[in-house]
Write a protein that binds this ligand. Structure first.
Ligand code: SAM
Ligand code: F21
Length: 266
């Protein structure tokens, strides 16, 4: 079995509900303080999108998992959003949320916070309705394939990518991480935008019965990977976890936010 096959094997017991509970339910997902990591992530995404440069027709979220928070600012600037994940169980979770089925995860605190940041006085329910209308497809993705979305989405056709906690969480080596980034960036048009959130120096995380290995990456490793993938870094910032945030579901040390732009075609 190859190391990439071993990663795929480890994801077979990934539990979306346990993953959501570990990372996205208050109080660990804290909105009571502007200094919390969740507010920091959503503010970074809001501020990058508020500059007005990140816009176009199609936005693709790479490795969505069972979450939608990563799209709450960017989706407003695109006509079509495509969500993706490697696991059918995560794609099903997303489709249930998009269809507003009973028992789906409550993302309202996230919508409320982003509406507050946007300051338009819009109700969070209106924004939620628009996101549900904007997502056209939820499709399979494998970042270790040269065409990560297969025939569904052609290389070089996408205006903007979003990805959060995916590449480092399913790359068994730095070589695989670099190749996965090149595969993903290959989906972008020249000068297309990449909004990337990831874990710093994390080696594992839990999702129910699953214990997933993570490639521990540093800020410098991420920046070098972006440069190797011919992306220009527009913004790069990091957030350091406090000891109280380490509760055993992972060993993450910090979070990075990168806004990068693919080189113009040579
Ligand atoms: C830590 S979760 C990130 C979920 C979500 N984006 C977030 O911000 O919480 C990592 C995701 O990567 C997905 N994944 C695993 N192997 C993958 C692969 N080969 N290609 C793309 N995604 C993969 C998993 O199914 C999982 O949803
Ligand atoms: O937003 S987070 O920084 C976050 C959110 C998601 C994840 C991690 C961290 C780290 N492990 C990742 C596994 F890939 C998933 N956060 C961590 C502190 S409590 C609220 C959630």
């Amino acid at each position: 079995m190859s190391s990439i096959q071993a990663v795929a094997e480890s994801y077979k017991v990934f539990n979306p509900r346990a993953y959501l509970q570990n990372n996205y339910v208050p109080p660990r997902a804290d909105f009571s303080s502007e200094d919390s990591v969740m507010c920091w992530k959503l503010r970074r995404l809001h501020e990058a999108c508020a500059k007005g440069e990140i816009k176009g027709h199609t936005l693709v979220d790479i490795g969505s998992g069972p979450t939608i928070y990563q799209l709450l600012s960017a989706f407003e600037h695109f006509q079509e959003v495509i969500m993706t994940d490697y696991l059918e169980i995560n794609r099903q979770e997303l489709k249930m949320w998009l269809n507003n089925e009973p028992g789906v995860f409550d993302w309202s605190p996230y919508f409320e916070y982003v509406c507050k940041l946007e300051g338009k006085g819009e109700s969070w329910k209106e924004k939620q309705k628009r996101l549900r209308e904007c997502v056209s497809r939820v499709i399979p993705v494998d970042i270790h394939q040269s065409s990560p979305l297969g025939r569904e989405v052609a290389s070089g056709s996408i205006d903007c990518l979003v990805s959060s906690f995916c590449l480092e969480a399913c790359s068994p080596s730095l070589v695989a991480f670099h190749k996965a980034l090149e595969n993903v960036v290959g989906l972008l048009k020249p000068q297309g935008h990449f909004l990337w959130i990831g874990a710093l120096e994390e080696s594992y995380y839990l999702a129910g019965e699953a214990r997933l290995s993570v490639l521990p990456v540093t800020e410098d490793m991420v920046k070098k990977a972006l440069s190797k993938a011919k992306c220009v870094v527009r913004e790069f910032s990091t957030y350091s976890m406090t000891p109280s945030m380490k509760v055993g579901v992972d060993d993450v040390s910090g979070i990075f936010f990168a806004w990068a732009q693919k080189d113009a075609a040579k």
